[in-house]
Design a protein around this ligand. Sequence first.
Ligand code: BTN
Length: 282
Amino acid sequence: MSTAGPPQGTKAPSGGSAAASAASVGASTFPAESIWEAVSPRLPGFTVEILPQVDSTNTELMRRARAGRLEPVLLVAEQQTAGRGRLGRGWASQTGDSLTFSLGLPLAPADWSGLSLAVGVSLAESLHPRVQLKWPNDLWLDDRKLAGILIETASFGEPREAQRYAVIGIGINIAERDATGLSTPPAWLREILPQATTAGDALLRIAAPLVQAVQAFETFGFAPFQARFNARDTLRDRPVVLSDGTAGTAHGTSETGALLVHTARGMSAITSSEVSVRPAVP
Ligand code: BTN
């Protein structure tokens, strides 16, 4: 394991493996120190940790939160052995071919609606003008999936469980990957950034703006992100099908991040993250 941050004791995570002594582990080099320098002024107590292997960075941070470890941290895994996606799906990735990490921090927005959309906006804007957003949690490129976001929270504190620790998990394809078993064909970052782009390069681009976006969301909610999401909304004005089979046309997001879909029964505001939406096959 490698860490960047103020001096502190560290221990190997229960799902992790042996410690490494520098920020260079495996095939990739992660600029942990640069990220820490960029983020820590606005997030006191922040650390960056690079693990050669863990079951899932989300699972690890949720474990820590339940054990009372609530400090802000960016946890990066070179390899996940049990990566998780939305709707109970898995998230498979190979070392070096993808960037897998989670940002964990205490968060207290007045309204949590739209957090994953705000995260997507930040990532897309940091990565490339061509990156689009697919409600609610995906980054797409030319109708293929470039990245996914999985947000989970753990409650803590007084009055009884009133505060929450947010774990914002992000997986981004960096290099070409096999489409076998994927419900959506994959895209990868090297299609639009230089071929030598590494997971470390991508993390350096996105980390500080991501923290800034999450803090803006905590203060202002989804409102400052709505127009920015809609500008990159890959479903906008397209025929879509919901997971219950309902067909309609997508019309962007509401002020709270709901997906507006015009169906035979009128305009519906889809809020449930358990609903999956796909462009209709012509
Ligand atoms: C999805 O598209 O369904 C969300 C995928 C989220 C994957 C990332 S990889 C880092 C973090 N750890 C996990 O186990 N999942 C998220």
